[in-house]
Design a protein around this ligand. Structure first.
Ligand code: IPE
Ligand code: IPE
Ligand code: MG
Length: 268
């Protein structure tokens, strides 16, 4: 069913996921961020607090991602970048890494139809290095199948690292210089932007991290240089569309100056 068609319920393992649920109306926002980046953090703590293993936390995080995508769609966000696996996450226990690889592949497969129904275009940001072939294949298939959809872009950041992205961009630029195609004097911010994994995405307006941690952890440093940061105490599996809307309300209250300034001395 097409976007905007009203209440749509999706069943998944007995869970339901609704889009535009009349019982959960979105607030009116005057300023909606065009691009939201989310560090989906706190799955392990959520599970351990319940006496469960970290893996159960990751499983519970799937619903939160779909919640946030639908909540973002509803208020007119154009792009969401979701940090699903970092290039530093290979340091984790091999069992957890193995689970996360299979899980990312399976989520993409199992949620594809739902995202297509919502008119969401899926793109991938990340490195192929060490990444399971089956995950790469699933990411590429999602990209192909949703290439023409345009309600929103979901940028799945899998095996993503911001410094690594800048390194691969530098390599590509150096090669163009070596080949005599590019004069180093002509390198601008646009030249670098064009070598990012997803060059057509706008800069990040709102950068959210769940779970109370207040750090970037190598997520979209180039794209987020003027993003508004919102650190939510909510652990990722508990994150809902309402939690997202609260962060958007916070974003709306911020004064974004981008280096400019306005003189307005208080009267009296
Ligand atoms: C985020 O949750 C998910 C991934 C990094 C894949 P964590 O697994 O980092 O959960 P915490 O931070 O240990 O609670
Ligand atoms: C960032 O979270 C990566 C993802 C959410 C995928 P981490 O939990 O890996 O980050 P640190 O180690 O706490 O900085
Ligand atoms: Mg974490």
């Amino acid at each position: 069913m097409a976007l905007g068609a009203g209440l749509e319920i999706y069943e998944h393992h007995g869970e339901s996921m609704s889009f535009r649920d009349p019982a959960r109306p979105a607030p009116e926002f005057k300023k909606v961020p065009e691009h939201i980046a989310i560090v989906m953090d706190g799955n392990g703590r959520w599970a351990n607090q319940r006496g469960l293993s970290r893996i159960e936390g990751h499983k519970a995080g799937e619903q939160a991602l779909l919640e946030v995508v639908s909540g973002a769609l509803e208020i007119g966000v154009k792009a969401v970048s979701a940090f699903a696996f970092s290039t530093e996450n290979w340091k984790r226990d091999p069992e957890e890494v193995k689970f996360l690889m299979g899980f990312n592949r399976d989520v993409l497969r199992r949620r594809r139809e739902q995202l297509i129904d919502w008119n969401v275009k899926v793109v991938w940001s990340g490195s192929e290095k060490k990444l399971w072939k089956s995950v790469i294949n699933e990411l590429k298939l999602s990209e192909q199948m949703t290439a023409k959809l345009d309600a929103m872009t979901l940028n799945m950041c899998v095996n993503y690292g911001g410094r690594g992205e800048l390194v691969q961009a530098s390599k590509a630029i150096a090669q163009r210089v070596m080949a005599g195609e590019l004069n180093p004097e002509k390198i601008t911010e646009r030249t670098l932007q064009a070598e990012m994994y997803q060059p057509s995405l706008p800069d990040v307006d709102l950068f959210i991290r769940s779970s109370g941690e207040q750090r970037i952890s190598n997520f979209l440093p180039w794209q987020s240089s003027y993003a508004e940061m919102v650190f939510s105490p909510t652990l990722w599996p508990d994150f809902t569309r309402e939690t997202l809307w609260q962060t958007v309300a916070e974003f709306q209250s911020r004064d974004r100056r981008f280096g400019s300034a306005k003189d307005s001395p208080a009267q009296g």
